[in-house]
Write a protein of this length. Structure first.
Lengths: 320, 253, 141
């Protein structure tokens, strides 16, 4: 598999603070990867390392096959970047900036540039210092999209944008993905946007990856399971092997969020020590019948809930 | 590299142009008025200093560095370029100073400066006794010129020293900023005071110390600025954009 | 384009299925005519702000169900109703759905009558307007 981004034990310390702790991350070419994580998880740090803005303390990474800290100008031209902060030179006029970039990138798409200037209502005569934060972001987006690169990295692209603007952004990203071999990586904490555009999700928590899957696989694997308390107690070990992210137990019912619940037509509970435990299933997707005839309800979880379950650590609530 | 020059050159020429024009005007006026090279060099020095400040200021925020680093240049070279440019400018200023000295009207040169520059630029030693006792022929000009020059050295220090002393990725603390202002203040306050004390009060003993002290302070400031430029360059080479503290541009151009 | 697709990202049904269902419903209700060209993958993806692979999956599903015909280099077209499903496929598919409905209906406590009434209501909603694809001979059991 061709990887657009690959990191191995990527670590970054800032004095005593560990911003990134041994990140092993792979983003396949052609994927739209949502990079999620709570504030302070290290997303921006990871993106800065991947962009080669700063060297790692330990470990290494490869972006389009090269070390980002030493990336050749030619490969750098294939990577588009939109920062979260306004980073464009404030003294330059928008038109001059567009002209400057046009001269730097061999694959510059002039037609797309014109389209975007129109669509995003950019004012070429204005100085960057005179732009609002939203307008600044739109200029950065135009520069990154018209660049014609293969890899687009966006740091919190939806932050500070209203719903309409976010939809417009999603549209543009969808269009970007329409061409073969293009990879999109964006960090965000607006989880609803993710479901539309991403097919790959990487979740970072406290400097470490807690998930790195295809979105569909993540949904298949992380499920909410409700089953009779007695059944749970009997099969507790198996459920724990499947990885319980959250549990709420009372006298009658056990409500769990389970991490490794994968379906292959028959629901198979992955029991790592004893091998897979196969159970019969009812024809309906939501009903899982254990070998002892215990019924359980398995529910699809919204990505937001999966995210919360994966990033808040295992929680146990015992009621009654 | 040519494209880099575009960023810091062509697109910056508009900003640097005034400085270049100033130098030309100053030189022309000086030649026309048959002023001593002293004046011309002094003012050219000031202009060069302002220009290097300008370049450093333009390049000195993390935001700016992040912008440059994602352009299709070899990242580190792009990030380091402004510091290389600034270093060159400062070295140019130093060369001018040395030229200044060799014309015999060594106002700026103190033994300290002389010795340091000699070792940094590997230029041969001059007779220190010549530098030590010469009186400035245009005291008023130097009275004005030195504070201006001190000001730009000072702002360089005020802007850059805190950045150098702050840990990568952090905002420079109050203490470090005060240090920057203090050092800049030295350059602004001490020379005029000494000058006033020496010339207006006609205290020969004190007057004898004015030249070398002023020269020494100027020299120290120059060397310090050079060191800072090099230090920042090394900082970036090791840390990338984290070599800069996270802060908004302090000057809006 | 009379095709109006609404999707709900968090509803639990995969997005590609939602799109396929919307197209299917439009087809059954006659909102799209046989031979009509559907938006290209890129167009639809950009319009909905979706990953193009999702749209591809939807179109693949529709292709499998013979609701849409893909023509090389020209795009996706609504089926004319003249590409028949194999009888085994039809029986299996409808049998599957019927069993699910029966099981779930009983599990949730609906009576036989409730369930058949529900089915009848749904069929009524899908009653074709003139020229709709559902209004052909194959729908009679």
């Amino acid at each position: 598999m061709n990887l657009a981004i690959e990191t191995r034990s990527l670590t970054r310390h800032y004095g005593a603070t560990v911003a990134l702790d041994g990140l092993d991350w792979q983003v396949p070419v052609g994927s739209a990867c949502a990079f999620l994580g709570p504030n302070g998880a290290g997303k921006s740090t990871a993106l800065r390392l991947v962009m080669g803005f700063t060297p790692p303390t330990r470990g290494d990474s490869r972006v389009l096959g090269e070390d980002p800290w030493e990336m050749s100008a030619k490969t750098r031209a294939r990577v588009g970047y939109v920062a979260e902060q306004p980073i464009l030179p404030p003294w330059m006029k928008v038109g001059a900036l567009l002209a400057f970039h046009r001269s730097l990138y061999p694959r510059w798409d002039a037609a797309l540039e014109r389209e975007l200037v129109d669509l995003l209502e950019l004012a070429p005569g204005k100085r960057v210092s005179e732009l609002s934060k939203g307008q600044h972001r739109r200029v950065m987006l135009t520069l990154a999209l018209a660049q014609g690169g293969d890899l687009l990295i966006l740091d919190e692209p939806g932050s500070g944008l209203d719903v309409a603007a976010r939809r417009q952004l999603l549209s543009l990203l969808a269009d970007f993905l329409g061409k073969e071999g293009r990879t999109l990586v964006f960090s965000t904490h607006i989880v609803t946007d993710v479901e539309r555009i991403a097919n790959h999700v990487s979740i970072l928590d406290r400097g470490r990856l807690v998930a790195n899957d295809e979105l569909d696989d993540l949904h298949e694997n992380v499920k909410s399971v409700t089953l009779p308390r007695a059944s749970f107690d009997r099969a507790r070990a198996r459920w724990e092997d499947a990885g319980i992210l959250e549990r709420k137990l009372d006298a009658h019912v056990a409500e769990l969020v389970v991490r490794r619940f994968a379906s292959h037509g028959q629901y198979v509970l992955r029991d790592l020590s004893e091998g897979p435990v196969t159970v019969e299933h009812g024809p309906h997707e939501d009903v899982w019948m254990g070998t002892g005839g215990e019924a359980a309800q398995v529910r699809h979880m919204a990505l937001e809930d999966i995210f919360l379950a994966l990033t808040s650590g295992e929680r146990e609530e015992a009621v009654a | 590299m040519i494209a880099l020059l575009n960023l810091f050159g062509r697109h910056q020429v508009k900003a640097c142009l005034p400085y270049l024009v100033l130098i030309w005007i100053v030189s022309f006026v000086g030649w026309w008025k048959q002023a001593s090279w002293d004046l011309i060099l002094c003012l050219a020095l000031v202009v060069l200093g302002l220009a290097s400040c300008h370049v450093l200021q333009r390049a000195s925020s993390r935001q700016r560095m992040e912008y440059v680093a994602q352009l299709p240049f070899t990242s580190r070279r792009a990030m380091l370029a402004p510091y290389s440019v600034a270093t060159l400018l400062l070295l140019g200023a130093g060369a001018l100073l040395h030229l200044h000295e060799s014309t015999g009207a060594a106002y700026w040169e103190g033994i300290a400066l002389h010795r340091v520059l000699s070792s940094v630029m590997r230029i041969g030693e001059l007779d220190p006794s010549v530098a030590w006792h010469a009186r400035p022929p245009y005291p008023l000009v130097h009275f004005l010129g030195f504070p201006v020059a001190a000001f730009w050295f000072g702002t360089l220090l005020v802007e850059s020293l805190p950045r150098l002393l702050a840990a990568p990725g952090t905002v420079p603390g109050v203490g470090v900023r005060i240090l920057g202002y203090a050092v800049a203040g030295l350059g602004l306050v001490v020379p005029p005071w000494l000058f006033v004390a020496g010339v207006l009060e006609s205290d020969p003993a004190l007057a004898a110390h004015v030249t070398p002290t002023l020269a020494g302070v100027g020299g120290v400031l120059l060397v310090l600025s050079l060191a800072i430029a090099r230090g920042l360059r090394a900082r970036i080479a090791a840390n990338g954009v984290d070599g800069f503290p996270v802060e908004e541009d302090t000057w809006q151009s | 384009m009379t095709l109006h697709i609404r999707i709900r990202p968090n509803s639990g049904l995969p997005l590609y299925r939602q799109i396929a269902n919307e197209v299917k419903a439009a087809w059954l209700r006659g909102y799209v005519r046989p031979g009509e060209r559907l938006p290209s993958v890129r167009e639809l993806a950009a319009e909905l702000g979706l990953n193009p692979t999702t749209v591809v999956k939807a179109y693949d599903q529709l292709d499998r169900e013979r609701i849409v015909v893909r023509r090389q280099g020209q795009g996706a077209f609504v089926a004319g109703g003249d590409e028949p499903l194999l009888p085994e496929e039809r029986d299996a598919r409808i049998g599957e759905l019927a069993q699910e409905l029966a099981l779930e209906g009983r599990r949730l406590g609906f009576s036989e009558k409730d369930i058949t009434d529900l089915v009848r209501r749904k069929l009524l909603e899908l009653r074709p307007e003139e020229g709709g694809a559902a209004n052909d001979k194959r729908s009679t059991p």
